[in-house]
Design a protein around this ligand. Sequence first.
Ligand code: KIV
Length: 274
Amino acid sequence: MNPSATPSTRKPITLHRLRDMHATGEKITMLTCYDATFAHALDAAGVDCLLVGDSLGMVLQGQPSTVPVTLDEMCYHTRCVARGNRTAWIIGDLPFGSYQESKEQAMRSATLLMQAGAHMIKLEGGGWTADTVRFMVGRGIPVCAHLGLTPQSVHALGGYRIQGRTEDSAALLKRQAQELADAGASMLVLELIPAAVAQEVTAALPIPVIGIGAGVQCSGQVLVLHDMLNIATGKLPRFVRNFMDGSSGVDDAVRRFVAAVKDQSFPDPTLHTY
Ligand code: KIV
């Protein structure tokens, strides 16, 4: 990676810009990011959104799941990313235990993440979360919801399994997605669900739907940075492409990810889709 790569000349990505991209059908690119160096590189390579995901628990800390990650840790990494970033839209993940107790607890946790430099916060789950989303949106916090495989619930879900495969679970997911959009969420992440279900949700909602293992018809794509650079330990999930393969370095790999999402050559329906 070249840390002195030319900074991008683009204007800062705003919620309005993301809405315009959605309205015009331009695919939105998102990668996880946990530090200032990568924030600088991903921003310069033209990634639209940097997700300070609680996946950092597994990727950086070597934890078995995202469950042990704390709000202090999320704030620390969000501050690091904000320092390295210039124009990308930063999304901070509310970690497990920082929003489930009450709307007020969620608001307090979101405030800390926004003060650390997030432009938007993300929280997992449907049903009960709609009220929490409405509460925070009404108080000035842009919110990204997250349905499908919600890693903070890995123990309740019985592992990292594809969600929304049965008629009933797909119907529940679609209903919850609509409720979250109605509650004011500005974006939705759909993780590990059949492409056909993601396509229906994307077509039905007025907000961008960002997929991870959810097919090419979503409004954009997110991957865990260390997965797409093939520097994560363990086997890559099927929905990941190793963008380092054939690239001259990290900057090139990230630019190829951006290009492949924008021209819809990633994800490939035959390789990366359920
Ligand atoms: O924490 C994370 O990295 C995420 C993505 C997998 C969407 O939530």
